[in-house]
Write a protein that binds this ligand. Structure first.
Ligand code: AHR
Length: 499
């Protein structure tokens, strides 16, 4: 099969915001306990944080990590997680039916974030709590000294404020599964008042309002409009969430779902602009895609977990080659919308629907989805190029006109590098790609990284990395024409640079 694309230096969509390579750690399953934190593990530091996990997180080069939830945050008393660890209460977490020891809380997490060179994207509880707890938390974290909550932080051994810049106004408040689920009207009012006092406490913070937890929610659209109508002056971003699943074993349909993700982004951006127009505002509310991934492999195992267990193995999806392709399509979709999506979080980071897995007392290892994310984070920063693609298309059960070739280009001017990220959705045929390259006269072919496997269900494990990238040096650039072959069902990173 053949396909064409055009890369032109002047066809720019916008600059990437590095925060699109964010991730997420929730107090859920083994993300925290025996994930990032396992005192007594041979590779743990003096505080109990695993160095082997930290090293893998650093490989991904993640600029922000959302914390502490997720559904968990809607029942969380942040005060339980600060002060002497021995005095912290064991609580029931109603979101996941587990017990939470609170041995890790805000200050420990901030220390872990420093260890892995990331920033914390904090979430406040707008389920069981509200404006008062939220503004106290901002004061505890960000106020220098001389007030009740800032001095309490200092008495907890944290003399300098954390200075967290980005805050989520609750989590998935549109979902009936949420602790203290609200209507859009209720959420909009409550979140606006919380936002107001949070910003009065620290005017430098940025706020993310809850959008729909999926475009398939019955309230989608109305939720965004109504909530934003209340929140427009306070919110800087509106959130979107999506999880792909392939329960029917229909790979082509599964890989087509990124078209739905693209439509979701464009529709939410449209609603933000509708509210902007109605309010005659000059402000633009951008998007925070703060949960995205594949999630379904663990559903049956989760149903069997005994209730009220502490840190049980929940949501431990083991990802296939096919899932890595889906993750690749999602990353390309985020990049193609770089003009509106300024924040995105791969949900989640360790053990819970994650690129990094750990064994208790044993090794940490990379799942298949680790690689597309790592490549995008490493090479996908700069000016995103609109890449016109001409490729054969297919129809699947839910999606029509799905191009076999999904692609985007990113030009990093500083490094003088041009990278094309591409997925060949054709499961059986290689794709001979011809790319017209304009405005990059000095650029030469550097390398072609591929991730593929003849078995789409191949997975990695602690023992073996069956799915791993291969670097190829085959590819020609002749004047303005690049020719390259993309293997069937593959994730590709094509790198050009000026020598
Ligand atoms: O990431 C797992 C869960 O998915 C989060 O807690 C919730 O926000 C979403 O439904």
């Amino acid at each position: 099969m053949k396909a064409k694309l055009t890369l032109h230096k002047e066809f720019s969509i916008g600059e990437t915001d590095k925060r699109i390579y964010g991730s997420f750690i929730e107090h859920l399953g083994r993300a925290v306990y025996s994930g990032i934190y396992e005192p007594g593990h041979p590779q743990s530091d003096h505080e109990g944080f695993r160095d082997d996990v930290a090293a893998l997180v650093k490989e991904l080069d993640i600029p922000i990590v959302r914390y502490p939830g997720g559904n968990f945050v809607s029942g969380y008393n942040w005060e339980d997680g600060v002060g002497p660890a021995a005095n912290r209460p064991m609580r029931l977490d109603l979101a996941w039916g587990t017990r939470e020891s609170n041995q890790i809380g805000t200050n420990e997490f901030a220390r872990w974030a420093k260890k892995v060179s990331t920033e914390v994207m904090m979430a406040v509880n707008l389920g069981t709590r509200g404006a008062d707890a939220a503004r106290n938390l901002v004061e505890y974290c960000n106020f220098k000294r001389g007030s009740f909550w800032s001095d309490l932080r200092r008495s907890h051994g944290v003399p300098e404020p954390h200075g967290f810049k980005l805050w989520c106004l609750g989590n998935e408040m549109d979902g009936p599964w949420q602790i203290c689920h609200r209507t859009a009207e209720e959420y909009g009012r409550a979140a606006a008042e919380a936002a107001k006092v949070m910003k009065w406490t620290d005017p430098s913070i940025e706020l993310v309002a809850c959008g729909s937890s999926s475009a398939r929610m019955a309230t989608f659209g109305d939720w965004e409009y109504t909530a934003l109508d209340h929140l427009y002056d306070f919110a800087d971003y509106l959130s979107l969430h999506i999880y792909f699943a392939n329960k029917e074993g229909d790979a082509l349909n599964f890989l087509g779902r990124s078209l739905e993700m693209d439509r979701f982004i464009k529709n939410v951006a449209g609603i933000c602009d509708l509210v902007k127009a109605k309010k005659k505002s000059r402000k633009i509310v951008n998007l925070s895609f703060d949960e995205w991934n594949v999630w379904y492999h663990s559903n049956d195992a989760d149903a069997k977990i005994e209730k009220w267990t502490e840190a049980p193995p929940l949501l431990e999806d083991i990802y296939t080659m096919e899932d890595a392709l889906a993750a690749g399509c999602m990353l390309i979709t985020l990049l193609k919308n770089a003009d509106r999506v300024k924040i995105a979080c791969l949900a989640q980071l360790v053990n819970v629907i994650a690129p990094i897995m750990t064994e208790k007392g044993g090794p940490a290892w990379r799942q298949t989805i680790f690689y597309p994310f790592m490549h995008a984070s490493k090479y996908g920063r700069g000016t995103v190029l609109r890449v016109p693609v001409s490729s054969d298309k297919y129809d699947s059960k839910e999606y029509w006109d799905v191009p076999y070739l999904e692609a985007v280009g990113v030009h990093n001017m500083e490094r003088r590098e041009l990278t094309v990220f591409a997925v060949n959705r054709n499961l059986t045929e290689a794709l001979d790609l011809t790319a017209g390259v304009y405005g990059f006269e000095q650029y030469q072919f550097i390398e072609h990284i591929t991730l593929n496997h003849e078995n789409l269900q191949a997975v990695n494990s602690a023992k073996e990395e069956t799915v791993r990238p291969v670097v190829r040096h085959k590819g020609t650039i002749d004047g303005a024409v690049l020719e390259i072959r993309l293997p069937p069902a593959s994730w590709n990173v094509i790198r050009l640079g000026s020598v």
